[in-house]
Design a binder for this molecule. Sequence first.
Ligand code: PMP
Length: 325
Amino acid sequence: MDYKDDILGTIGNTPLVKLNKLTANLPCLVLAKYETFNPGNSVKDRMALQMIEDAENEGLLQPGGTIIEATSGNTGMGLALAATVKGYRLICVISDKQSKEKVDILRAMGSEVHVCPSNVSPDDPESYYSTARRLAAEIDDAWYVNQYDNPSNSKAHYLSTGPEIWEQTDGKITHFVVGVGTGGTISGVGKFLKEKNPNIKIWGVDTYGSVFKKYHETGIFDENEIYPYVTEGIGEDILPKNVDFSLIDGFTKVTDQDAAVYTQKLAQEEAMFLGNSAGAAIKGVLQLENHFNKEDIVVVLFHDHGSRYVGKMFNEDWMKEQGFK
Ligand code: PMP
């Protein structure tokens, strides 16, 4: 017989899939690390399980305890899988700019959800960061995950995502391109790949309205870079500890409109039904065209599934309201 002991055993070992149409004008091979095959339909299952297991081992999380996290949805989904299997209570604090589908899915998976305003600064007591911290202080036996600064986040990608990409490309990968939010994916994968071959280039995809690109280029945390944007999951108005800027060769910024339009193109031209950070990531690859040669093997990571965006990028009325069509 061939089976897993529980659903957590299906996390990781996702396929690498060639892009054929959208990248036809690039000289190189472009391969997508296709993370929606994880049981929670996103890459974040990997780090959610790693963070919980490390907290168990360090005695931070007691049997039957409460897990609290500020999450844009995908980490919450990963935490919900592990919390249900392992018997923990889960409270997710989410900002009101996230799609309704993400909130509904979290509730369906047994999480309590608090929705907070997104148009306040991170230090505002109403912000989702502050609300998560307050709940963690108020509730006995609570453990605040803090994916932004929790080293188990990038560790998960150092231990699983990075080695998988290395093995799947027979060590021939030359460039890794990925959207950056907490920084866990880029830093964990980037560290593993650079240790194997320091010539591999690591590119981050950022959004307009986020501080990463300017900070990486100048070392200045410029508040003028911060303004509201639509793309979900990437870009930040803080510098999470999980972003290791020393591993990153450069950032490219993608507009909200391009991210949305390229998310549609991935579905329509490659039959890849993905979230809008995947649209941003593939547009980022196209923007980096001049960095690639014929022999290069570029891996782009697609974080999450299109089902979470049916009311947004996959809804023509929404696209028109945003002025994207
Ligand atoms: N895309 C989506 C849809 C995400 O949920 C996230 C996580 N915030 C990212 C990209 C960025 O990944 P990371 O947090 O590892 O930088």
